[in-house]
Design a binder for this molecule. Structure first.
Ligand SMILES: Nc1ncnc2c1ncn2[C@@H]1O[C@H](COP(=O)(O)OP(=O)(O)OP(=O)(O)O)[C@@H](O)[C@H]1O
Length: 250
């Protein structure tokens, strides 16, 4: 008997995205199982954000399947899509905090549709603020926060409802090395509280190296590599295009 495979949290099957006659995603296949952490790297314009938008159901692919928790979301109606989105936590490139709401009010947004009492919601907010070292900032507006603090609030909002998948576009974008390390370490520590599955994008190949060995390389809409870091090193020795992309030389 073969052991049964888990249902992937996320699966892309032969996904294409054509815009204005350009092929921006080209036959992308990807599978992420429960508890896996995947870092997708690639240069500016590689298609990372486009891919993330498809995963979140914000765009529809020109062809192929995008499966979340086993369900193909392409062509899914509004109501089932909303239900699936509630199982996601997202940190978007450029930030998406609601600027006229306080930190605590932002954190309450993913809890609104849950059957929780006010007391339970307040407790969830308190707990996540403490875990992400944001105590004392609950009544601040986002504009009064540093970029590192904003990123932590976004992470808190992505985590607060215990999502089945966290999707993070631009993990360390704009952060200095200290703030980048801090936010990634807090994300890593969250694994102790919940069984997180993560798909993150970044330009830096080492962005998640302490927490996952799986890495995928996207360039010009094509997935050039998907495997572990050690295999990427050997693939680079053999494949010019990978070496050129990651080291800037053939
Ligand atoms: N709405 C759109 N219409 C037309 N072209 C688009 C659109 N969105 C993105 N593109 C193009 O698709 C390509 C991939 O863009 P994308 O934003 O996904 O890159 P990225 O890998 O996220 O880059 P970065 O690291 O700079 O964030 C780029 O050439 C971009 O110009």
């Amino acid at each position: 008997m073969t052991p049964s495979q888990p249902t992937p949290v996320l699966e892309l099957r032969k996904v294409f995205q054509h815009v204005g006659g350009r092929c921006l995603l080209n036959a992308v296949d990807l599978r992420v199982d429960p508890g896996e952490w995947l870092l997708i790297i690639g240069p500016n314009g590689a298609g990372k954000s486009l891919l993330i938008r498809l995963v979140l159901g914000l765009d529809v692919p020109s062809a192929g399947q995008v499966r979340l928790f086993g369900e193909d979301i392409v062509g899914l109606g509004d109501r089932p899509m909303r239900a699936l989105r509630r199982r996601l936590g997202a940190v978007l490139q450029g930030g998406s905090l609601l600027e006229d709401m306080t930190v605590a009010e932002n954190l309450l947004v993913p809890l609104r549709s849950r059957p929780l009492t006010r007391g339970e919601m307040a407790r969830a907010v308190r707990l996540v603020l403490t875990r992400l070292q944001l105590d004392g900032l609950e009544n601040h507006l986002p504009r009064s926060l540093s970029l590192g603090q904003r990123r932590r609030v976004e992470l808190a909002r992505a985590l607060i409802h215990g999502p089945g998948l966290i999707v993070w576009d631009g993990l360390t974008d704009g952060l200095d090395p200290v703030a980048a390390h801090e936010v990634v370490a807090l994300l890593g520590a969250e694994r102790e509280h919940q069984n997180l599955t993560l798909v993150a994008t970044d330009n830096r190949p080492d962005a998640l190296s302490e927490y996952t060995s799986r890495i995928a390389v996207l360039d010009q809409g094509r997935l050039l590599f998907d495997g572990c870091r050690a295999d990427l090193e050997s693939a680079m020795a053999e494949r010019l295009e990978l070496r050129y992309l990651l080291q800037g030389r053939p």
